[in-house]
Design a protein around this ligand. Structure first.
Ligand code: C5P
Length: 217
């Protein structure tokens, strides 16, 4: 059994991108590396938590010492999160695809001359769902990647999603955050925004895990 302030606590962490299939060989994806989510899972583990790590196809490896639940699509991610409940906290760090292809093909689409037309459907919002579910963890933390007015947009997102905290960051290309090693975040809680200094993603994860430990220990 683990020791540390989160010993006996169960935390679900989502991480990485999702892949939404077009046909058996093609998919729609995004540029999330999964680095911040993996670092958060490791930091929670280091504080003694039992971690269910629900991860899309990330480019960084999953940490040791956590229960890895690999998924591909947003629908699979939602089902995996539901299956992992109950939990004391949930940290939704995944870059979930907003849309899936509704008219995907079971067979590879052939080049016939006519261009394929993809019809999109909206994916389930896992963060909004878990925040309002009857089995809601005591603490639900979401992320907000913004390119302008970070604090204002993230504060609105916190209310809209119904989560407790939002970890907001500026992902304008000039910041190098997406796929980079460092992150500059603002933590939005019920008492307002807190600007954290620029730190590497492991330091952001350690600081967030310590705050989570204070909140649910
Ligand atoms: O709405 P937006 O995608 O900006 O919200 C980001 C936050 O919501 C992240 O915490 C992300 O993991 C979560 N999210 C989710 N399911 C979705 C879309 C976003 O859990 N379908």
């Amino acid at each position: 059994l683990g020791t540390g302030p989160l010993a006996g606590r169960h935390v679900i962490v989502t991480s990485g991108p999702t892949h939404e299939p077009i046909d058996p060989v093609r998919y729609i994806a995004n540029r999330s590396s999964g680095a911040q989510g993996a670092a958060i899972a490791a930091a929670l583990r280091d504080l003694g938590a039992r971690v269910s790590f629900v991860t899309g196809p990330a480019t960084v490896p999953a940490p040791d010492g956590v229960t890895v639940i690999p998924v591909e699509t947003a629908a699979q991610m939602r089902a995996a999160v539901e299956a992992a409940l109950p939990a004391d906290a949930a940290v939704m760090a995944a870059a979930v695809a907003d849309w899936r292809v509704e008219n995907g093909s079971d067979q590879k689409i052939k080049k016939t001359g006519a261009l394929p037309v993809l019809h999109m459907a909206e994916n389930p919002d896992i963060l909004a769902w878990i925040s309002r579910d009857a089995r809601r963890p005591r603490l639900v933390v979401g992320f907000a990647a913004e390119t302008q007015d970070v604090t204002a947009h993230a504060t609105a997102k916190r209310a809209r999603k119904g989560c407790d905290w939002i970890v907001a960051n500026d992902v304008s290309p000039a910041t190098g955050i997406m796929g980079g090693s460092h992150n500059t975040v603002t933590l939005i809680t019920g008492t307002g925004p807190e600007d954290w200094p620029r730190m590497d993603k492991h330091a952001v994860a350690a600081r967030l895990a310590a705050r989570i430990a204070e909140a649910i220990a």
